[in-house]
Ligand binder design. Structure first.
Ligand code: ATP
Length: 428
């Protein structure tokens, strides 16, 4: 005989546990996501301090960094404690409830047995069934914490996986080798960075660079020189107008091909990887042979100093190239860029961080590297760009003067005043 009271106990208990678990789960999942975001922030603070260790030490900021880390870690700890308590309370409550269900079955069964409404056999089978349900639900409640944490992590992983880059990596036209010349044209380019859309960086920017010519872009700091390079590399798309490479809109070209084959970028801060010199140069063209690497190193005036190291090309450069001088790092970066034999070379303040002696050596390497390519040089020190075919003066995102060194000097305008400012005071 089926006892309606005892069936009712089971029917009430199971959905209650499931409903409470669902509501509680949603609450705890949001705490878990917050705890993970805070954990990431804490790691980022530590990461930044370790990566910029020399700056931290030079400014004696160790204690401040430690305090900043402790504050972020304390927030992460509090959120994790809340999460732990939440999961703990849920597990304790569920176990209490489920054991109460068994107790209620025994109590109700005992009463029904004493009033002859239930046989001992029926009570036993009720008890067995209740215990099976109790054990299964108790197991689920044990897994509850892992499920909550796993779901929160999964959500964040899938969020990242589903992010679409605004500029795709692949897809689009590839200019055949025999048609790739290196003519560049900026037509009425307008641009503002997405994070600061109210500040127009380039306005009505028009510039035509014939293949094989060297163009220098100069101007005071913050006038948009590096932005020109960033747009050519298609790190961002223009807001208006267009940029053409051999008559093709950059947006129609395959971005991966553009960066891998057509353009070679050398910036102020060469970033090296913590591996050997050989591998760092080969980064420019992963399938390059050792001979090609050596050829590129020679072109970059790097071969000699590399072979002077006891381990030659196998020398490990340390994290971010920490065991090399600025000039050596820059020449490795030049060799890396030259290895892919780019049609257009972009030099963004490539020698600005170097002292006069290293600058001379690196400049000599760059002069060799510029041969037969379209080159865009961005420079602060005007002495390094006097030989450029065209010098463009940028002021507040607009071209205000254009010509060669002599013609611009005669104008006695922006270029002349920039040169004047940089003139070294007479000795003595
Ligand atoms: N990622 C960015 N997000 C928002 N604004 C930016 C970004 N990068 C640069 N800017 C802003 O764009 C303007 C032009 O910067 P850009 O780096 O092109 O100048 P620059 O002439 O190369 O300066 P410098 O000679 O100091 O390197 C500046 O006002 C700068 O603050």
């Amino acid at each position: 005989m089926i006892s309606p009271q005892m069936t009712l106990i089971t029917l009430l208990c199971v959905p209650t546990v499931v409903a409470v678990g669902t509501i509680f789960g949603a609450l705890l999942r949001s705490v878990s996501i917050r705890a993970q975001v805070q954990g990431e922030k804490t790691t980022a603070v530590a990461d930044e301090a370790v990566a910029n260790m020399r700056t931290v030490r030079a400014f004696a900021m160790e204690e401040n960094e430690e305090q900043l880390f402790q504050e972020e870690a304390a927030l992460a700890m509090n959120l994790n404690i809340h999460l732990g308590f939440g999961i703990g309370w849920f597990q304790a409550g569920t176990n209490l409830f489920l054991n109460g269900m068994v107790l209620a079955t025994i109590y109700m069964g005992g009463y029904l047995l004493s009033t002859n409404q239930l046989s001992p056999g029926e009570l036993m089978s009720y008890l067995m069934a209740t215990q099976t349900i109790q054990r299964s639900l108790a197991q689920i409640s044990l897994l509850f914490g892992s499920v909550i944490r796993g779901m929160a992590s999964g959500t964040r992983v899938f969020e990242y996986m589903e992010m679409k880059p605004s500029i795709p990596l692949h897809g689009g036209l590839i200019i055949p080798e025999d048609k790739l010349k290196g003519n560049i044209e900026f037509k009425n380019v307008q641009f503002a960075y997405p994070t600061r859309s109210e500040q127009t960086v380039l306005k009505d920017f028009n510039l035509s660079i014939p293949a094989g010519k060297t163009v220098a872009i100069v101007g005071a700091s913050g006038n948009g020189k590096s932005t020109v390079v960033a747009l050519l590399e298609r790190f961002y798309d223009v807001n208006g107008g267009c940029i053409l490479l051999d008559g093709n809109d950059l947006r129609s070209l395959d971005p991966s091909w553009l960066r891998k084959r057509a353009l070679g970028l050398i910036s102020q801060e060469p970033i090296l990887f913590g591996t050997s010199i050989l591998e760092n140069i080969r980064y420019g063209k992963p399938d390059a042979s050792d001979e090609e690497v050596v050829k590129a190193a020679r072109l970059a005036n790097a071969h000699e100093f590399i072979t002077n190291f006891p381990q030659g090309y196998s020398t490990l450069v340390g994290e971010r190239g920490a065991t090399l001088s600025g000039g050596q790092k820059q020449r490795i970066a030049i060799a890396r860029a030259l290895l892919k034999n780019p049609t257009v070379l972009l030099l963004d303040e490539a020698t600005s961080a170097l002292d006069t002696e290293s600058e001379k050596i690196v400049q000599a390497a760059l002069d060799k590297a510029q041969h037969g390519r379209t080159v865009i040089v961005i420079a602060h020190r005007l002495s390094t760009v006097q030989n450029a075919d065209i010098i463009v003066v940028l002021h507040r995102g607009k071209i205000v003067e254009m010509g060669n060194h002599e013609s611009l000097k005669k104008l006695k305008g922006y270029y002349w005043s920039l040169t004047y400012q940089q003139q070294e005071p007479p000795a003595g």
